[in-house]
Design a protein around this ligand. Structure first.
Ligand SMILES: *Cc1c(COP(=O)(O)O)cnc(C)c1O
Length: 390
């Protein structure tokens, strides 16, 4: 057998994640591996925590990266805060709310579902009704940015409602962190998880999480042990915690954390609010181009995510063949529809380093070339340029 090195092509990643990794971040990842208990590495871990506090806009002490992808961040929040017999109100308006339900039920707790149509934001009134009808609810869980549809929900109001009903909140911010306004302390979020491969433009495989003081107290005073050894924050705190002598828990993914550190330094240097503004502007440019071409968005304008654009497929077009052609002829990846929207939409991501002018122009021209007569020709790039140049 003689298998040779794997040499992936350079693609432009405009799907639902991973997004384009900035060369500064991939080169950080190639730096020499040192021991995870090396004092220099421990110093870098502390910087990662501070940088994450900035990204989340929080002073929460328990703000750390979980050594596994976004789904593990989700499990970390549910495993640590939910105990058997608890009641959790779960909002579902796409794929990821369904995974929250799975988490709750596997823990022997009850999920009260508040469902909204795919492509709509979570309806705050329905959430209020559900909490009124279930006054013994412990936690409200919702997805801030639904990557499966491209809809953003009003996290600030949802957290206000939860507080009024004396509930903790678990918020999925995998796609919102770095790309949409998100203020953990101001909005009073208790537990939040994200991912590195969306608007942070880092390599996949790490999940930043943060827990408020109230949530941390719930975790440290549980009646039962957390059902996972690896994700038990009571143990992980000894590895990442403040004012503790670092004790071995697991081996941190050393090089992946160099990459996360670099991506967070880049976010700090750009400025969080500038990053939100860049995502918003580039979304408007892509939108202008797509609409000029004749494509339309499935999410109402007020609830649209800048970093994930779901557009309808023109009649008679083979959506999978188009994605294949974009990939093979233009090295461009866009996303397919997921769940209820499979076969009905394309999902075009403008996340992190992927959210830039050259990607927008490439995407519009490549789509125009591949779609031919199915769309209006020769107008998309100019429409986008008008906004990019402004
Ligand atoms: C991508 C994503 C996840 C899962 O993250 P992985 O890193 O793929 O495990 C969870 N929630 C949302 C909203 C996502 O977009």
């Amino acid at each position: 057998m003689s298998i040779t090195s794997f040499l992936p092509p350079v693609r432009t990643l405009m799907g639902p994640g991973p997004s384009d990794v900035h060369p500064r971040i991939s080169s950080a990842m190639a730096r020499p591996t040192i021991g995870h208990l090396d004092p220099l590495f421990v110093g870098m871990m502390d910087e990662v925590k501070s940088l994450l506090q900035y990204a989340f806009q929080t002073k929460n002490e328990l703000t750390i990266p979980v050594s596994a992808p976004g789904s593990a961040g989700m499990e970390t929040c549910f495993m640590n805060l939910v105990e058997a017999g608890d009641k959790v109100v779960v909002c579902q308006n796409g794929v990821f709310g369904g995974r929250m339900k799975e988490n709750v039920e596997r823990l022997g707790a009850t999920a009260i579902m508040v469902e909204d149509e795919w492509g709509k934001a979570v309806d705050c009134n329905k959430v209020e009704e559900a909490l009124k009808a279930n006054p013994d609810t412990k936690i409200l869980a919702f997805v801030h940015a639904e990557t499966s549809t491209g809809a953003v929900s009003d996290a600030k109001t949802l957290c206000e409602i939860a507080r009024k009903h004396d509930c903790l909140t678990i918020v999925d911010a995998v796609t919102s962190l770095g790309g949409s306004e998100l203020r953990v302390d101001d909005w009073g979020i208790d537990a939040i998880y994200s991912g590195t491969q969306k608007c942070l433009s880092c390599t996949p495989g790490i999940s930043p999480v943060s827990f408020s003081k109230k949530a941390t107290d719930v975790i440290t005073s549980r009646k039962t042990k957390v059902n996972s050894w690896f994700l038990d924050m009571n143990l992980v705190m000894g590895y990442w915690g403040a004012n503790t002598k670092r004790a071995y828990h697991h081996t941190a993914p050393v090089n992946a954390l160099y990459a996360l550190h670099e991506s967070l330094v880049m976010l700090q240097d750009e400025g969080l609010e500038n990053s939100w503004a860049r995502h918003a502007k580039n979304h408007q440019a892509l939108r202008a181009g797509l609409e000029a071409m004749g494509l339309s968005f499935i999410v109402d304008e007020a609830d649209r995510l800048a970093q994930l654009n779901s557009v309808t497929i023109p009649d008679g077009v083979d959506e999978a063949a188009v994605r294949g052609q974009l990939l093979n002829e233009f090295n461009l990846e866009i996303g397919a529809g997921l769940g209820a929207l499979a076969g009905k939409v394309w999902r075009i991501g403008l996340m992190g380093h992927s959210s830039r002018a050259e990607n927008i122009i490439l995407c519009l021209s490549a789509l125009e070339a591949v779609l031919g007569d199915a769309v209006k020709q020769g107008v998309a790039v100019a429409a986008a340029q008008e906004i990019l140049g402004a």
